[in-house]
Design a protein around this ligand. Sequence first.
Ligand code: GLU
Length: 255
Amino acid sequence: MKRIVVKVGSAVLTQNDRIALNRMRALVDFLAELKKSNEVILVSSGAVAAGYTQVQLDKKIIKNKQALAAIGQPIIMDLYSQKFSFHNIIISQVLVTSANLSKDDDIRRIKNTVDTLLENNVIPIVNENDATSTVELEVGDNDQLSAYITKHTDSDMLIILSDIDAYYDEDPRKNKSAKSIKSLHVIDESELQKEASPHGDFATGGILTKLKAADYLLSNGIDMFLSSGFDLSDIKSYMFDSKQTGGTLFIKEAK
Ligand code: GLU
């Protein structure tokens, strides 16, 4: 049995300042299927965006963003709880800070908690503890957070489900003839130096943070798959039929 971390971003979970309930349901159905033959950990964003559906605070002000996360985190968890209950799956919430991830003792505790949840058939749902993270010390984006969680929980791979359906040789929003890259073994250093270009008001990373996550995992010998969170057919083909119909596989060595 493999241990798989799946990360889903705010752009997938929300649409026009509302929670995208159909997409969330499709995600949960996919995770329930995946869980039949794997251990599954979910890293879910969407706290700040969900908070904004209730109280429209200016999220550029840090204390507002933290308050929005505090409002939105239970909303997201409540929705997951309802949707997973259709599959008789119990969920749990694991909130971590960047400070946790820099201390060996805390990392061990996170792993022990996640191990215990998985042993008991419970899905851990991880997010950064945005309400208490300080700006200087925040991980900041869940792409990198999910890469750290993948490594520190001894997981076999990370799946990032995003509004970006693959990594392209050029920016597909600027160049219509950009081609998606099927698989990659090394990330060019110059790509990692570029500026972040998040899509949407609540997205944090864009492609840059995904490349950083992939780079970190590749250097630790762990695979990562980037594919669409809007249409799950590529990730389903890859995971359930071992066929790659889309998305980008970041993989240490050619198989
Ligand atoms: N932790 C933030 C949230 O749940 C999201 C960070 C990110 O977009 O990567 O809203």
